[in-house]
Design a protein around this ligand. Structure first.
Ligand code: UDP
Length: 325
């Protein structure tokens, strides 16, 4: 049992992680500015998590909260194509500043860290499956996707430099399209959007022909991997893809949602550029999970149809839907 700081712990994935730590009997301090997170998400912690409302870029605050901690999970970030397209400068500045502060303060105090990065760092044209040791080709920095990728890659580089220079214990997890109950449709993520559209009897908006693919990963599966990676000395100083390698097209996802909801909603195709004029879509994204499996042995991988079912069940039951921040 220990005390852990979870930055971004009132967000979608952060609150799943905080709840898992609480279930384990750990004491949890959540630092969240509630920009996209919400207090109500911590209900699953059953009072076991203390929420501190503030910024992970606040050096004094982060330093204070790290005191007595056995570890820090850094998840605070501006995420989602909707948010990136609307406020690219703020998203970029927030992601850079929070990463620098959390990593430096944790390293200075010798508090082990798990840094969450993103599959976005692989850009739009990398060779598949995506391997951690491949040289990165960032997307054009003139578009928000490039800025986001760059901010996460910079955080990774700082984490690794602190590891090399000072023996800082840190794991970098590159996350791949995390989905599950509690994810808001507000910031563009496709699964909650499709489910919401289906339940409202609205058309499901597929961008382009829908042949683009993703490997969706259940939040609970991601959390299980993050906790095990954090505890594993061999993972320190490593960059590790965390996700599933079940590749699914967006059109197939739309069909799964229609099936799970029994919705009469039609699928309509819209040009991606109409929704996000400043962004380029990623055609395929598939992680190489050799490193993750090498470190952890078996890796949980809930079938996407089951995750779709869970998301539908939650959005169907208004009492279970966490209010969106
Ligand atoms: N997408 C879609 N309709 C939507 C939202 C997203 O067809 O209403 C597509 C989007 O073009 C992308 C995929 O779903 O190809 C995944 O989008 P998301 O924003 O969830 O994740 P990301 O693109 O960041 O991987």
């Amino acid at each position: 049992m220990g005390r852990y700081l979870v930055t971004g712990g009132a967000g979608f994935l952060g609150s799943h992680l905080a709840a898992a730590l609480c279930r384990r009997g750990d004491a949890v301090v959540v630092l969240d500015d509630l920009s996209t997170g919400s207090r109500e998400r911590l209900a699953a912690c059953g009072g076991g998590a203390e929420l501190v409302v503030g910024s992970a870029a606040d050096r004094d605050l982060v330093g204070r909260l790290l005191g007595g901690c056995a570890g820090v999970f850094h998840l605070a970030a501006s995420v989602g194509v909707g948010l990136l397209a609307k406020r690219p400068a703020a998203a970029m500045a927030n992601n850079l500043a929070t990463s620098v502060v959390v990593l430096e303060e944790a390293a200075a105090r010798g508090v082990p860290c798990l840094f969450t990065s993103s599959s976005e760092v692989y850009g739009t044209r990398a060779r598949l499956p995506l391997r951690e040791d491949a040289a990165l080709q960032l997307p054009a920095l003139s578009q928000p996707r490039g800025g986001y990728a760059c901010s996460k890659a910079a955080g990774e580089a700082l984490a690794l430099a602190l590891h090399r220079e000072r023996g800082f214990r840190v794991v970098v997890a590159r996350l791949f399209n995390v989905v599950g109950p509690g994810q808001s449709p507000r910031y563009g993520m496709v699964l909650p959007r499709f489910v919401q559209q289906a339940l409202r009897g609205e058309p499901l908006t597929v961008y382009g022909d829908g042949a683009q693919t993703r490997c969706f990963t259940r939040a609970g599966d991601v959390v299980a991997c993050l906790l095990r990676l954090f505890a594993l000395p061999a993972a320190s100083g490593q960059v590790v893809n965390v996700g599933s390698d079940q590749e699914v097209s967006i059109l197939a996802l739309a069909e799964l949602v229609r099936h799970a909801t029994g919705s009469p909603s039609a699928v309509v195709h819209r040009p991606f550029a109409e929704a996000y004029p400043d962004l380029t879509d990623v055609e395929r994204r598939v992680p190489d999970l050799t490193r993750l499996r090498g470190l952890l042995g078996s890796v949980p991988s809930t079938p996407i149809a089951d995750v779709v079912g869970e998301v539908v069940a939650m959005l169907r039951t208004p009492a279970l839907v966490p209010p969106q921040g």
